[in-house]
Design a protein around this ligand. Structure first.
Ligand code: ADP
Ligand code: MG
Length: 305
């Protein structure tokens, strides 16, 4: 199949009111809303590296969008559109059917449009998605604003995906294959969170980025980690390893003052969230269990290990 018929068949969608010019020309044209800034990110998934080779085409399509919408959520942005750069070893219709369906299934609930991309042949299946979103000017939530005394909070449950990777076929594989980008929660944290990051490489490492960028430290209470029942029954070191150093969670980790935490509770977001610690002036990440300091050998996901 020629590149163009492949694009027409699987990826061309009707232009929406939000997009001035979508797929089909040399570039797409979009008009940013007045008073808002463009927020833009890109993330690549390589077969066998970022997902097991056994992953379904539908899940790969979903996840390639979800990980990018998660990055937008972590800034507090409203997602708008994506571009897709697809490198395929061969044209496999069944695979493309599943992949494009998964991609659009993840776009639909967030009103995200596919507005362009590139399609090439390559020995390795590689999917790069670029996502665009909007944030009211100067309201983007960065990693650098955590303040001494703030709570450290995470959304959802952590460690599920890392556990599932070691237990393929377990019901938690749904969390590995179909992460939920926390777009609504991210947006409701505008003006409330002092810093935010999405957890892709493990909580300890990703919270570490906030601490470094903000010039502060934190203490986490291991008793408070929101864990699935399947992890709660594991030996403590094992469950903490999944939760703190596993990765692929795509939950939000954010900091906010006590007053803003109360405001967030009043907003009553649909996504659950849990206080897991607090920010202190003393640098570094400290762990406590039942009020006692704990030391754990932790490492997050290393991209060049
Ligand atoms: P060019 O050669 O000018 O880069 P292409 O022939 O690669 O253009 O692409 C033609 C049109 O199809 C462009 O609008 C491009 O954005 C879009 N496109 C190409 N591949 C994809 C894809 N995998 N998903 C979505 N749109 C795509
Ligand atoms: Mg091209």
């Amino acid at each position: 199949m020629a590149e163009f018929s492949l694009i027409d068949r699987y990826f061309k969608t009707a232009a929406s009111a939000q997009v001035d010019l979508g797929i089909g020309d040399d570039s797409a044209i979009v008009s940013p809303p007045v008073g808002e800034q463009l927020v833009i990110c890109t993330d690549t998934l390589v077969a066998g590296r970022h997902f097991p080779l056994s992953t379904s085409a539908h899940a790969i399509g979903w996840k390639s969008v979800a990980v990018n919408l998660s990055d937008l959520a972590a800034m507090g942005a409203t997602p708008h559109s994506i571009l897709l750069a697809l490198s395929l070893p061969q044209v496999d219709d069944a695979w493309l059917e599943g992949f494009s369906q998964g991609l659009f299934d993840c776009c639909a609930p967030y009103n995200v449009q596919l507005i362009g991309g590139d399609t090439t042949q390559s020995p390795h299946l590689t999917i790069s998605v670029t996502a665009l979103g909007w944030i009211p000017t100067a309201q983007g939530i960065t990693r650098s604003g955590a303040q001494v005394g703030d709570y450290v909070v995470v959304s959802g449950q952590i460690g599920d995906a890392a556990f599932a990777l070691q237990h393929l076929g377990h019901p938690l594989q749904q969390r590995l294959d179909y992460p939920t980008p926390r777009c609504e929660l991210g947006q409701s944290l505008r003006g409330l969170a002092s810093s935010m990051i999405d957890i892709s490489d493990g909580l300890a490492q990703d919270l570490g980025h906030i601490l470094k960028a903000s010039g502060v430290g934190a203490t986490l209470s291991l008793d408070q980690l929101p864990l699935d029942p399947a992890l709660q029954v594991l030996a403590p070191e094992q469950r903490w390893q999944y939760a703190l150093a596993g990765g692929d969670d795509y939950e939000l980790c954010f900091t906010l003052s006590k007053d803003n935490y109360q405001r967030l509770c009043q907003l009553n977001p649909t996504t659950p969230f849990t206080i897991i610690g607090s920010i202190q002036a003393e640098f570094g990440l400290r762990l406590e269990y039942q009020g006692q300091p704990q030391s754990l050998p932790l490492s997050g996901y290393q991209h060049f290990a």
